[in-house]
Design a protein around this ligand. Sequence first.
Ligand code: NAD
Length: 291
Amino acid sequence: MVGLGEVNVSESKSRPVALITGAAGGMGRACARLLGVSHDLLLTDAVGDALKTFADELSYEGYRLQGAHAGDIASSKLLDALTGELGGSRRITLIHTAGLSPSQADWRKILEVNLLGTVRLLDAVEPLLTPGSSGVLIASIASYFRDPPPDAIKLLRDPFAADFFEKIEPIIQRDWKAVSLSDSHLSYAFTKFQVVRLAEARATRWGQSGARINSISPGVIFTPMSRLEMAQPKGTIAMSELAPSGRPGLAMDIALAARYLASEDASFITGTDLRVDGGAIASLRQKAKNA
Ligand SMILES: NC(=O)c1ccc[n+]([C@@H]2O[C@H](COP(=O)([O-])OP(=O)(O)OC[C@H]3O[C@@H](n4cnc5c(N)ncnc54)[C@H](O)[C@@H]3O)[C@@H](O)[C@H]2O)c1
């Protein structure tokens, strides 16, 4: 565990706890700063040094930290540590931003982190949900361009099957071959498609605990991840230029949307995806219709 200034939990029973994954990243930081106004913060990220520096910074600024744990979101050791901190009857706000982009890993690692990591995280948190708890999973508009093939969707019923990776790769390659993207891009879009479906699929279970779960599909948002992607030869399309909003997205745009979805103001919203893309998908669809 890293971080300073952990709160005395008995003093803060009335405050909900915000579990923020990918907390050292662009969106994670923005979510921590915004949610930290009303929540105690439980932060996690794969990069321990960056997480510790950020947690120290927040403590210094007066934010209330429940804890900060470094580790891989797909690892049971990390999930045990996080759920150990969540025990009790407090309201939980889960903001899941941790993820890998196409340039950061090969197709398999992207599936492991973005897909299996998300499933494991939800499985770990769900037994602890209390009424009023809420989850927001960060997906991507990458999942809006093309639905994965039905054969691949069938395999998603058991992503922990021993032969899952062997079976999924050729299906994705075969059915998406018309799209001239690398395996990692296909894998990324596929995982984000499934993140959206997971929020929808888990809403009933969350509802049984009086909780809600939604996803957000960001467009291009200025963070370390998008800067890396835009620097690649087959970099991200400059969607911000196409979008009606006419400006690039900020990590705080995502944090504001996540805070809304997690709030009582959104108490009738669950199992749905919110695009926060400055209108990029709307604009692209309109262009396609007019073409
Ligand atoms: N930035 C964009 O334009 C954009 C667009 C659409 C979707 N997204 C999605 O938004 C989310 C947040 O992205 P961001 O732009 O803040 O990226 P970022 O790279 O700034 O932050 C992601 C964080 O996740 C952490 N992480 C990566 N692998 C991990 C693992 N295995 N276990 C734990 N933590 C891990 C990283 O260390 C990093 O701090 C991601 O899921 C990304 O796919 C981003």
